[in-house]
Design a protein. Structure first.
Length: 349
C-alpha cells in the first residue's frame, strides 16, 4: 500500500510537470494563431508557466477543502525556491544580480510575504482577501510589462504602490484588450481556418488540462495518505512533499539559465515565482474556499518564509551577487527547517 501510494505520488508530480509544459507551449501557439498580442500572452500564459503545477495542486486541494495542503504548498514552495533552488544553483555558480531586481521585484516579493502573514492573523484568508491578492497580481504583471520599455529609469517598490492606487493598470488593460481585439478582427476577417497545427494544439490543450487535473488529484490524495500514515499535519506534507514536487519546473528553468551565465534570469525567476505563489495561487484558492490557518503555521512556517525572504534580499544587496558561502547557509537552514517541522512536538502545523 505504501509503495503504491509512493508511485501514485511520483506519477502525480510527473503528470503535473509534463502536463504544464505541454499546456503552456500549445496555449501560446493557439494564442498566436488567433492573433492575440504578445502582451496578453505574456500576461496570462508565460508569466505563470512554471507555477502551473502549484496552481493545479492548490486548486485541487481547495476544492477538497484541504486548507493545510494549499498553505503548506505555497509556503513550502517559496521556501524551497530560495533555500533549495537558489542554494543549489549558487553553490555551483556565482549569481550576479542588480539594483532594479532588489528595489522593485525584491521588495514586492517581501511585500507579498508580509501581506500573506497579515491576512493570516485572524485565522483565515477570506474570499475578499483573495480578490485583493488577484488584483495585486494583475497590477504587478501589467506594471512590469508597461515599464519594461523604459530602460533608462530604475523603478522601485514605491513606484508600484503609486501605480496600484492610481488604478493605471485598469486603463492600460482596457486599452491593450481593445487594441488586441481590433488586431484579431483584422487577422481573422476572412474567418479562422482550422489548420492541422491549430487542431493539434487545441487537442493538446484539452488533453494536457485533463492531465494536470488528474495529476493534481493524484498528488493531493497520495499526500493526504502519507499525512494520515505518519500522523503528520496536512501543512507539513504541503511544506515538504508537495512543495518539492511542484517546484521542479523552477529548478529546471534556473539550472538552464545558470549554465548560460544568466544570473539575473535565475534570481528573477525565483522572485517572480514567489510573487505568483502568493498573489495568484492564494488568491484563486481562497476564492474557491476560504483558507483556514493554524496557529503553528503562523508561529513557524510563515515567519521562516519571511525571514528567508529578508535574508535573500540582504544577500542580493551584498556585492550584487549570490556566492557559495551564502548558498551553503541557505541549504543548511533548509535542512534544519525540514527537520524541525517533521520532528517538532510543538503541535499541528
Amino acid at each position: 500500500m505504501i509503495l503504491t501510494e509512493a508511485v501514485l505520488l511520483s506519477i502525480g508530480i510527473l503528470l503535473l510537470v509534463k502536463g504544464s509544459d505541454f499546456f503552456v507551449r500549445s496555449a501560446v501557439s493557439i494564442a498566436k494563431e488567433l492573433g492575440v498580442s504578445e502582451f496578453i500572452i505574456g500576461l496570462t500564459l508565460v508569466a505563470v508557466g512554471t507555477s502551473i503545477p502549484e496552481v493545479g495542486a492548490s486548486i485541487a486541494a481547495s476544492i477538497k477543502h484541504q486548507s493545510g495542503i494549499v498553505i503548506g504548498n505555497v509556503l513550502g514552495s517559496n521556501i524551497a525556491n530560495i533555500n533549495l533552488i537558489i542554494g543549489i544553483i549558487a553553490a555551483l555558480w556565482v549569481l550576479k544580480t542588480d539594483r532594479q531586481m532588489l528595489v522593485r521585484d525584491g521588495y514586492i516579493m517581501l511585500f507579498a510575504a508580509l501581506m500573506f502573514y497579515l491576512f493570516m492573523l485572524n485565522g483565515v484568508i477570506s474570499r475578499i482577501e483573495g480578490l485583493v491578492f488577484l488584483l495585486l497580481y494583475g497590477a504587478y504583471v501589467i506594471f512590469i510589462v508597461e515599464t519594461r520599455s523604459n530602460r533608462d529609469q530604475v523603478y522601485n517598490f514605491k513606484d508600484f504602490v503609486i501605480y496600484f492606487f492610481q488604478f493605471r493598470y485598469l486603463r492600460t488593460t482596457g486599452k491593450i484588450f481593445s487594441q488586441n481585439n481590433d488586431a484579431r478582427k483584422k487577422n481573422t476577417g476572412h474567418g479562422l481556418r482550422l489548420t492541422r497545427p491549430l487542431a493539434k494544439n487545441l487537442i493538446t490543450v484539452v488533453v494536457s488540462t485533463g492531465v494536470i487535473w488528474y495529476g493534481a488529484n493524484l498528488l493531493v490524495e497520495a499526500a493526504l495518505f502519507f499525512a494520515d500514515l505518519f500522523h503528520l499535519p496536512q501543512t507539513v506534507i504541503g511544506l515538504s512533499l508537495i512543495a518539492l514536487g511542484t517546484s521542479l519546473p523552477e529548478l529546471g528553468v534556473t539550472l538552464a539559465a545558470a549554465k548560460k551565465g544568466l544570473g539575473n534570469i535565475v534570481v528573477g525567476n525565483i522572485i517572480g515565482s514567489n510573487i505568483v505563489n502568493i498573489f495568484l495561487i492564494i488568491g484563486i484558492s481562497s476564492i474557491i474556499s476560504p483558507l483556514a490557518i493554524t496557529q503553528a503555521t503562523m508561529l513557524t512556517a510563515a515567519p521562516f518564509m519571511i525571514a528567508m525572504t529578508v535574508l535573500f534580499l540582504v544577500f542580493i544587496r551584498s556585492r550584487w551577487q549570490l556566492e557559495r558561502i551564502e548558498a551553503i547557509l541557505f541549504l543548511l537552514l533548509y535542512g534544519v527547517f525540514l527537520g524541525y517541522i517533521f520532528f517538532s512536538n510543538s503541535g499541528a502545523m
